[in-house]
Write a protein that binds this ligand. Sequence first.
Ligand SMILES: Nc1nc(=O)c2c([nH]1)NC[C@@H]1CN(c3ccc(C(=O)N[C@@H](CCC(=O)O)C(=O)O)cc3)C=[N+]21
Length: 289
Amino acid sequence: MARIIDGKQMAEALLAQVGTGIAERLARGQHAPALAVILVGDDPASSIYVGRKLRACAKVGITSRQYRLDRAVSQAELCDLIDRLNADPDTHGILVQLPLPAQIDANAILDRIVPAKDVDGFHPVNVGRLSTGKGQGLVPCTPLGCMMLLDSVITQFRGRDAVVIGKSNIVGKPMALLLLERECTVTVTHIATQDLPGIVRKADIVVAAAGHAGLVRGDWVKPGAVVIDVGINRIALPDGTTRIVGDVCSDEIAHARAYTPVPGGVGPMTVACLMANTLAAAQDLDRPG
Ligand SMILES: Nc1nc(=O)c2c([nH]1)NC[C@@H]1CN(c3ccc(C(=O)N[C@@H](CCC(=O)O)C(=O)O)cc3)C=[N+]21
């Protein structure tokens, strides 16, 4: 039977580690790390995600400040807020919850956050550092969490075939770069990919981040493969309730070596990695010079 990788438990362990790091900061007389979370509009899913992040902050001892902006906010107002937070020595991390409303140029906003406070790792400087594999720079939370989940079951990445389904800037592309850095042979697939099942069948490592409920079927997965399910899809059930499912038909992959459940897999690790990135940003910002 496939092993279920317990993301919730791994996230708890990472949060505990971050908490210890913060306690050590305080013992040295330094401030607690501070994270600014900007939420535009009142999308219910975004509010839930932001709520999880703020709760995690409270748990590990990160000071959090939430900025809730009207959905009609202008580009200039949002830029002003980011400029203020960039300049504020008491702010170590800045997160702008995505998606942003249509009138906002999201890339221009992400580019405006100083790279040192970019705890999402979406600024071009951090993207560039990841792509040159130098190990400095902040790495996007979801792919970082996925690598930690993979590290809990895989010792040898070198030479393994890895498939990433989805080419987003938030998950697919950075995930591919991290796997490439470990010397996997990486295939990035997307909506226009031909014979996706055939490509996935060859993979030792499958990272599904397509945002399509149940896309990956059991007969696509090679026996012994490790499957990371990044999908979070809310589906309607016949009784009128809804349920969260991933991109993988997890009931069909008993022949996999291991897989991450949804919920309880990648999601909790994403939040825990945000805490780890915020601590890392604070440590770097406080380093003299
Ligand atoms: N700037 C920015 N950074 C992000 O990191 C970011 C974002 N925008 N926009 C939206 C996505 C989504 N995201 C999730 C975080 C936690 C869970 C999570 O904790 N999920 C739980 C519960 C799932 C549920 O029941 O809803 C789980 O999978 O077990 C999921 C998804 C962060 N995102």
